[in-house]
Structures are given as C-alpha cells and as structure tokens.
Design a protein around this ligand. Structure first.
Ligand code: SAH
Length: 252
C-alpha cells in the first residue's frame, strides 16, 4: 500500500502563525523530515519518527520522503515559512520530474505557510501594497550573474523588492554588491527594511535607507525589503511610524 507526502509550511516562527491545516498534517504524520531547526519546533507524538538533516541536502531529503511514502507511510516534509517559496516543495517536484517512478501511487499535497516577506511586511505596515518581486541572493543554486541581472531589471521596473537569503557566513559580501546595483538605479533615500528573526524572541526590525543601511547587520535570518519610488512612511495617532506603498501609481 502506498502512503502520502505532504510538504508543510511552518511559518516564520510563532505557533499561532501556523495554519490549522498544517498542524493537522503534522499531527497525522507517521514520519516527519526536515532541516533540524524546523523539526525542533515540533514535539513528536508517541510513535512518530523525526528525521532531521542538513539544509543543503534538499534533493536527498526529497527522495527519502518519497521512498518512505512509497513504503506506505504518511510522510510530512517541513519547511520554514511557505514550502513553495525558496523551499522544499519545488525540490520534491524536481525529484519527481527527474524520476517519475519515485512518486508512483503516492498522494502529494502542499500546505501553505506564512512566508517571511509577509510576516516582515505586517510588522512595519504595508510595504508590499503594490507590485513587488522576491529574489533570493543565494548563489548556491543559480549563477551570481543571474542575480545581478534580476536585481538591476527589478530596480529599473520600480518593483518593491523582497530579498531572501541576503547574507550568510560563506557569503557576507553579496548584500553590499546587491545594494551597489540597486543604488545605481534607485534614489539613495529609498526606504529599506531589515527584518531579522521575525516572530522570534530576538526579532529586530530596522527601517533605514539605501544609502544608510547597516549591511553588517544582515545575516541568514534577515529578510530585506527595498521600497519602490512610491514607498513612504506615515505616522499614526499613537506616534508610531509605519512604512507603506500606496495602491495607486501616479504618472508624473
Ligand atoms: N520558505 C521560507 C524561505 C526560505 S529561504 C519562507 O517562505 O519564508 C531562507 C530565508 O528566508 C532567510 O535567509 C531569510 O531571508 C528568510 N527568513 C526565513 N525566516 C525568517 C524570519 N523569521 N525572519 C526574517 N527572515 C526570515
């Protein structure tokens, strides 16, 4: 008998940002697989098996999850945020495309989660209120030249940009490169948000500008939002300043 595979998004951190459908899938699983810090957010039920692995082993983990499902297990593969945003769901479908037999007879399902850019945006207002795009700055899986071209074209098109994977220990300098590319096109006063560890105990949110952004604060737990030319701040009655991008585009 074949089992099934559900690829589940656990959101950026807090339990109450996990959808009831995702929690149900986790509760119903026989085996759960994922990157260690994501599995550590869950408490195993009696009889459940947890298989943690390194972040870079996405294809191995996908193949393992499919094999367990073919064996008749109810398998859950967990991702932080949304599983379809720079995460495991695409890795599973790539694995199936490369080896269609790996998913023979298995039911596959994707349960969405709150992705980091939505959680970060909600903390500071509505910076994604108009057209935006999301770009990962990691060149583990694509050439840096592609990232540069996408950054330049997105800046020229005046999109709000959500930058995932802006820096890591192995790539501390790429966020600086990215900001140089954006600064060649965008005003130095463009609003920039550094949202670090959103939803965690050590969350920090910095509202800054392209010219003043403290790049050294950026790490692999940071989501960067770069505003469009229309992104602005507004101060509410309680004195708090919010960032938003208006819903209409004015032609000057
Ligand atoms: N699937 C995830 C993204 C995985 S890529 C999602 O949908 O959110 C990993 C990147 O996501 C990190 O480098 C960081 O840029 C961002 N990220 C994930 N969780 C975050 C959090 N709690 N706060 C800020 N950024 C986060």
């Amino acid at each position: 008998m074949s089992g099934d595979l559900t690829i589940v998004g656990l959101g950026p951190g807090p339990e109450d940002w996990v959808t009831p459908a995702a929690s149900q899938a986790v509760a119903d699983a026989d085996v759960l697989l994922g990157y260690t810090p994501y599995l550590e957010r869950l408490i195993p039920k009696p009889g459940q098996i947890f298989e943690a692995s390194d972040n870079r082993e996405e294809m191995v983990r996908s193949a393992r999850a499919l094999a367990l499902a073919r064996d008749g297990q109810r398998v859950v593969l967990v991702s932080g945020g949304d599983p379809g945003v720079f995460a495991m769901a695409a890795a599973v479908f790539e694995t199936i495309e490369a080896n269609p037999d790996s998913a023979r007879g298995i039911g596959v399902r994707v349960e969405p989660g709150v992705t980091a850019m939505l959680a970060a945006a909600a903390r500071i207002g509505a910076p994604l209120g108009h057209d935006f795009c999301a770009i990962s700055l990691s060149d583990n899986l694509k050439p840096w030249a592609t990232i540069e071209a996408r950054l330049r074209l997105a800046a020229e098109a005046d999109f709000v940009l959500a930058l995932y994977n802006p820096a890591s220990k192995a790539r501390p300098e790429q966020i600086g490169e990215a900001f140089r590319i954006l600064s060649a096109v965008r005003s130095p006063k463009t609003t920039v948000i550094f949202a670090r560890a959103v939803g965690r105990k050590d969350e920090s949110i910095e509202i800054t500008t392209l010219e003043a952004a403290p790049l050294a604060l950026c790490d692999m737990r940071t989501l960067v939002i770069v505003g469009s030319s229309a992104t602005r701040t507004v101060t509410c009655g309680d004195g708090r300043t919010w960032v938003y991008t208006p819903r209409s585009v004015r032609v000057e």
